[in-house]
Design a protein around this ligand. Structure first.
Ligand code: AHR
Length: 675
């Protein structure tokens, strides 16, 4: 775990509880030290393997998570399609430099791309030499990106655009500050009259001389001419694995070692109306040819640069197994009846062929042409999103299930219905569970699967989060409650196969949903306490779970689990004991480990604690490290040891085992669900 610097508020008096009776705000502090016993049976015979794909991530295009977020494209509305296909249309967020006497800008339907017909026509009325002289710097258009572009000194940015003109062209393409006064980089396109008579793709690099986190891309001219533009793109050359993902944000995901990536939503998959649903086939192929679509559920346009292929690529880059949520012919307000669902079923089977088909197949060849001749390991498909109560869901589901299994019997199919609705006539490999609730209720849901029948389909808890007042914009108390919930899932991982929180990302400029695990703007980012909490679980997938019991009367606030896992980096095996203390009392804990085949080494063990001075403490751009895990060496590591748990804390004890400790776990990475 990469440990951020220590919390700046650690000096707050720990022996104190401040209760603000009026506003009911609890401060973290110990009332009375309690003494508890924790017994861990670390024997191999009583251990159980946690599924190899247990902890993953769920990405939804919400809060500008992708467009203006993880997808590094800096131009917003690059194809001028966001205003709709009726022209002239709104070109937001593009803006005009110059007034009506010097420039006329409008959209028309003259694009060379059939799927996205709108282009921008820019008529420069002024000139350098005539009476209507252009203002200094020329006239034109600019794009501020998504709340300002982050342009960094010495970095290279790839410009790509399509141009058409029957005039000779002198066009300056520049990166500037938000007011246009500071120039960071520029390139002038000079062309003779015939050069751009047909639509022509123009590409070049810009290298910035300065850093400016609130920049814009300008296209300006001081020469009387008419120029059409389409598909204007500005991409940083430095992206995660060179695949177009914002490096800082993708690294935050990679650090979680996610074993699966569920995408692309959520309600985003459905759309409020089917006309605005995510249609995978319109998001693949050359980016210039993608129509883009209005994400009507979360209220913004996406150019679909982050399309089906890119999601599969992201999963591969993260070493995660893709889990595709398909549109099954339902939106929030509409539903295709099962009698006419055949085209949707075929579309989904085609999508699987896109991911898995060889290069000779119709859709596999499209993937290969995009630069990925090898199939993607798509083994999980989720039919719809929380739609079980919809009128035709079950009838339609069976059609999707049969068609997919007929061609791809190894694909695990996820139902939106709960376990009780799964039967031989309504079969499923997994059933999807979404849990959004208060912190107290989330804590109690640590037992949610304790009495689940142990055979039959397993659960994928693909969306969970503490919401409401307790959650704020990502509080300590929410993270602790979620940690207790996840420990419950670990302990029930014979009936729960996968888990991911929701939502993952929020662009601070578009908070449609609070809280979220990772917050960012164009240049900053931080993890919320629940993001850091997930680090405590990143070694669990494929590890061995050991029985652990805690004894403490009159204080039902401790939740524990114990695993052994092998670190592939250093080859060491660790016994990791996690404890959530969800109460306001510090606890003296006597840990007793039995059944180990080997000893615990005296040195090399770590204690890691997530806590803070106040239950509702949050991180922020100003204090990104206020609530983060803090690690310290354990000096008395042994089978019997005494430790202290802070009130309102999540603690992990990572005990380094002697090298002869057997590992029976599947810590080896494999994307196949049976591994
Ligand atoms: O995570 C936000 C939303 O919550 C998802 O879009 C939906 O599936 C759930 O209701």
């Amino acid at each position: 775990m990469e440990m951020p610097r220590a919390s700046p508020f650690r000096w707050l008096p720990r022996g104190l509880v401040l209760v603000c009776a009026l506003c009911q705000i609890l401060y973290v502090g110990s009332v009375t030290a309690q003494t508890a016993q924790l017994s861990v049976d670390a024997s191999t015979q009583n251990a159980q393997m946690i599924p190899g794909n247990m902890f993953g991530i769920f990405f939804e295009e919400i809060n500008h998570a992708g467009a203006g977020g993880l997808w590094a494209e800096l131009v917003s509305n690059r194809g001028f399609e966001a205003g709709g296909s009726n022209t002239p249309s709104n070109i937001d967020p593009w803006l005009i430099i110059g007034d009506e006497s010097s420039i006329i800008v409008a959209t028309d339907r003259s694009s060379c791309f059939a799927g996205n017909p709108v282009a921008l026509r820019m008529e420069v009325l002024c000139d350098a030499t005539r009476t209507n002289a252009c203002p200094s710097g020329g006239v034109g258009i600019y794009n501020p990106g998504y709340w300002g572009m982050n342009i960094e000194r010495a970095k290279i940015y790839k410009v790509s655009m399509y141009i058409r003109s029957s005039d000779s062209v002198e066009l300056k393409v520049s990166l500037t500050s938000s007011d246009g006064l500071q120039q960071l980089a520029s390139h002038t396109i000079m062309a003779d009259q015939d050069d751009f008579a047909e639509w022509t793709k123009v590409e070049f690099d810009l290298q910035s001389s300065e850093t400016n986190t609130n920049s814009r891309l300008q296209l300006t001219s001081s020469k009387s001419s008419i120029i059409w533009f389409d598909q204007v793109s500005l991409m940083p050359s430095d992206t995660y694995m060179g695949h177009g993902f914002r490096k800082d944000l993708a690294s935050m995901l990679a650090d979680l070692k996610p074993r699966f990536l569920k995408f692309p939503g959520g309600n985003y998959v459905m759309g409020n109306y089917l006309s605005n649903a995510f249609r995978w086939s319109e998001t693949v192929g050359p980016w210039e040819e993608r129509p883009g679509h209005f994400n009507d559920v979360w209220g913004y346009w996406t150019d679909d640069g982050l399309g089906f292929f890119e999601f599969l690529q992201l999963a591969e880059d993260l070493g995660a197994c893709p889990v595709w949520v398909v549109n099954d012919g339902a939106s929030t307000y509409e539903e295709i009846p099962s009698a006419t669902i055949a085209a949707f079923v075929k579309d989904v089977v085609d999508g699987i062929e896109f991911a898995r088909g060889d290069n000779q197949t119709a859709w596999g060849s499209v993937r290969a042409a995009m630069g990925h001749p090898e199939p993607f390991p798509l083994y999980y498909v989720s039919i719809g999103n929380q739609e079980c109560s919809k009128r035709y869901y079950k009838e339609k589901y069976v059609k999707f299930y049969s068609a997919i299994k007929a061609s791809y019997p190894d694909i695990k199919i996820i139902s939106s219905c709960d376990r009780s609705a799964i039967s031989e006539v309504n079969p499923a490999d997994l059933y999807d569970v979404h849990v959004y609730t208060s912190s107290g209720d989330m804590f109690s849901k640590t037992r949610m699967f304790d009495s689940t029948v142990r055979n039959g389909p397993k659960a994928i808890v693909s969306e969970y989060a503490v919401t409401g007042n307790d959650a704020g914009r990502g509080t300590l108390i929410a993270a602790l409650a979620e940690a207790a919930f996840l420990i419950g899932l670990e302990r029930n991982s014979d009936v729960v196969e996968m888990a991911s929180c929701a939502p993952l990302f929020v662009n601070d400029n578009d908070r449609s949903w609070n809280p979220d695990a990772i917050v960012f703007n164009s240049w900053q980012y931080y993890g919320c306490p629940n993001y850091w909490m997930l680090h405590f679980f990143k070694d669990s997938s494929g590890a061995m779970l050991h029985p652990s019991t805690v004894q403490l009367s009159n204080y039902d606030q401790l939740v524990t689990s114990a695993i052994t896992w092998k670190n592939p980096q250093d080859g060491n095996t660790y016994l990791k004991i996690k404890v959530v203390n969800f109460g306001n009392k510090a606890v003296s804990l006597n840990i007793s480990v039995t059944g180990l085949e080997t000893g615990i080494q005296r040195f090399g063990s770590l204690k890691t604690v997530l806590t803070s001075g106040w239950l509702r403490d949050e991180n922020s751009f100003q204090q990104p490290d206020k609530v983060v895990p803090v690690a310290s060496p354990i000096t008395n590591a042994r089978e019997q040891m005494g430790v202290v748990l802070d009130s309102y804390s999540l603690t992990s004890f990572d005990l380094l085992l002697d090298s002869s400790q057997m590992m029976h776990s599947a810590s080896v990475s494999s994307l196949h669900p049976t591994a």
